[in-house]
Design a protein around this ligand. Structure first.
Ligand SMILES: *[C@@H]1O[C@H](CO)[C@@H](O)[C@H](O)[C@H]1NC(C)=O
Ligand SMILES: *[C@@H]1O[C@H](CO)[C@@H](O)[C@H](O)[C@H]1NC(C)=O
Ligand SMILES: *[C@@H]1O[C@H](CO)[C@@H](O)[C@H](O)[C@H]1NC(C)=O
Ligand SMILES: *[C@@H]1O[C@H](CO)[C@@H](O)[C@H](O)[C@H]1NC(C)=O
Ligand SMILES: *[C@@H]1O[C@H](CO)[C@@H](O)[C@H](O)[C@H]1NC(C)=O
Ligand SMILES: *[C@@H]1O[C@H](CO)[C@@H](O)[C@H](O)[C@H]1NC(C)=O
Length: 456
């Protein structure tokens, strides 16, 4: 923490000196001020304390277009330090702003910091986990902050609508459906259920909201759609890119077909739930991550020894004794890599990689072996930044390591990542021309971090 403190005056001065350079870029800048406070919310009809952004729950929507620069000044009026990370946005050459423990110091109570984000709440839960308990099963599911039938989406018949669906919960995977629709709105005008329910949990939670066709006077009717879990694997494989309608995202080197590139190596990541020193921990390849006092990104930049060393996490499954480690995996810029997530546990795993999108090429049950590659989808998988891995199953991805930096790889189950199911992937090049943004181009301000971190 001392580094965070010592750097604060130095970095702030550098930052101001470079402010004008930043503002000269051609791409549009959009400025936001977010004030985070506590407030009463009633999402399930019962009063509870929530975290509000500008007095609202859920918080405001930012709808940026490619190349927009989002400048978000976040004021922390909470009683605990705050870090905000934003899933799903690739921060090109810039892991400095990732808002995760290994790259940023948290914003202390009463302070503000300016950056970019996506919403996740972690809230008085650290203590439960530190004491070695599981997080309680949620009381309910919310759609846009409202419980059963709480939200209605009104649409016009014949038009096409895009729904942004984001599970901002901490631990539970969900299934999203619209009654009678295949996500193509071509049905007669009446009202339909939108049904969100948990998956692979002992207890199934469901919530609904209403899809309302404009001018329709028919009330919602019929049973809530039912489903069987077995269809999930099938469903995962059917999510395909329509190559006739559009090609994968453009990139500066031109469009490439991921299936034609031979991965340079295979990394196998297996999750486990070991007890270490008498406490419940979660691990990847037998290593459970512990956060250092100094963000890894800063230790790397300032060559501070003793904080981490690259290679402390195996790149293949490891049946040895599980241990605690500040785990950083090394990789070279421009490598094209196959990653296999193997899940022998009886729970639905969800893996997220910051800074990248990747192609989910295979999902299946049991043990992954090299012969599993025969069933890969090498043609029309969609680019994504999170992948599910079904219980006692595996998932394989192809990823082009085209973004230099120190990037977090984690379980999206928040209890698991907090208790060690994460590591950092240091994607490195010595070449300055492809290199990452300089620390001095960042309007950075480091703070002294407290013992607890709230992540929004
Ligand atoms: C904090 O907020 C003030 C006023 O809104 C702003 O001028 C300042 O740049 C912010 N500081 C940081 C570190 O973001
Ligand atoms: C939601 O609306 C449906 C249809 O009006 C009703 O049958 C159901 O009881 C409602 N659920 C709740 C929890 O209000
Ligand atoms: C519903 O229809 C009315 C009148 O045709 C129109 O003014 C309104 O914008 C429509 N609402 C939505 C959500 O499409
Ligand atoms: C809704 O009803 C109004 C009034 O009857 C009509 O003018 C309008 O075209 C209708 N809108 C749709 C989307 O059907
Ligand atoms: C793919 O896109 C084309 C062009 O928009 C469309 O005609 C076709 O129906 C789409 N295919 C599927 C499976 O949705
Ligand atoms: C860290 O070490 C590298 C390689 O020795 C060097 O190029 C770089 O300038 C050092 N960085 C700082 C901030 O001292």
């Amino acid at each position: 923490m001392r580094l965070c403190e010592a750097l604060s005056s130095l970095i702030l001065v550098l930052a101001l000196a470079f402010l004008y350079n930043d503002v000269n870029c051609e791409d549009p800048y959009r400025f936001f001020t977010w004030k985070l406070t506590y407030g009463d919310i009633y999402p399930l009809g019962v009063k509870q304390q929530g975290i509000l952004i500008n007095g609202k729950f859920p918080g405001p929507l930012i709808d940026p277009v490619t190349n927009d620069n989002l400048i978000i000044n976040v004021h922390n009026y909470l009683r605990e330090p705050l870090l905000i990370s934003w899933n799903g946005l690739q921060q090109r050459r810039n892991s400095w702003q990732d808002g995760i423990h290994g790259t940023n110091c948290p914003i202390p109570p009463g302070k503000n910091y300016t950056y970019v984000l996506q919403v996740k709440t972690k809230w008085r839960l650290n203590k439960i986990l530190n004491d070695g308990h599981n997080l309680p099963f949620p009381h309910g599911l919310l759609i846009n902050g409202r419980g059963w039938n709480g939200t209605t989406f009104t649409v016009d018949k014949g038009k096409t609508y895009r729904f942004g669906i984001s599970n901002v919960g901490l631990t539970t995977s969900i299934n999203f459906r619209i009654q009678g629709h295949k996500m193509k709105l071509v049905k007669p005008a009446k009202n339909y259920y939108i049904d969100v329910s948990t998956r692979f949990t002992k207890q199934i939670l469901t919530t609904t909201s209403i899809l309302h066709y404009n001018n329709s006077s028919n009330r919602v009717s019929g049973p809530i759609p039912q489903d069987v879990i077995a269809s999930s694997l099938f469903q995962a494989r059917t999510i395909r890119w329509n190559l006739t309608a559009s090609r994968p995202r453009p990139n500066p080197q031109g469009s490439y077909q991921y299936g034609l590139i031979k991965p340079i190596r295979t990394i196998i990541l297996e999750n486990s739930a070991p007890i270490i020193n008498g406490k419940q921990r979660y691990a990847i390849n037998g290593v459970s991550y512990v956060a250092p006092d100094i963000p890894l990104k800063l230790a790397d930049y300032f060559n501070i020894s003793g904080v981490f060393s690259v290679g402390r996490i195996p790149t293949n499954t490891n049946k040895g004794k599980s241990l605690l480690q500040t785990s950083v995996m090394g990789a070279n810029f421009h490598e094209f890599v196959e990653i296999v997530f193997q899940n022998w546990e009886n729970f639905l795993q969800s893996w997220h990689i910051d800074g990248y999108s990747f192609f989910g090429v295979g999902f299946s049950s049991g043990q992954w072996t090299p012969t599993s590659r025969a069933y890969y989808n090498l043609r029309d998988a969609i680019p994504r930044c999170t992948t599910q891995v079904y219980p006692k199953s595996w998932a394989a991805i192809y990823i082009a390591l085209d973004n230099v930096g120190m990037w977090n790889v984690r379980s999206e189950n928040w209890a698991r990542q907090y208790l060690g199911q994460q590591f950092y992937h240091r994607v490195y090049t010595s070449s300055k021309s492809y290199g990452e943004m300089n620390i001095r181009s960042q309007r950075m301000h480091f703070f002294v971090a407290g013992p607890e971190v709230a992540t929004l």
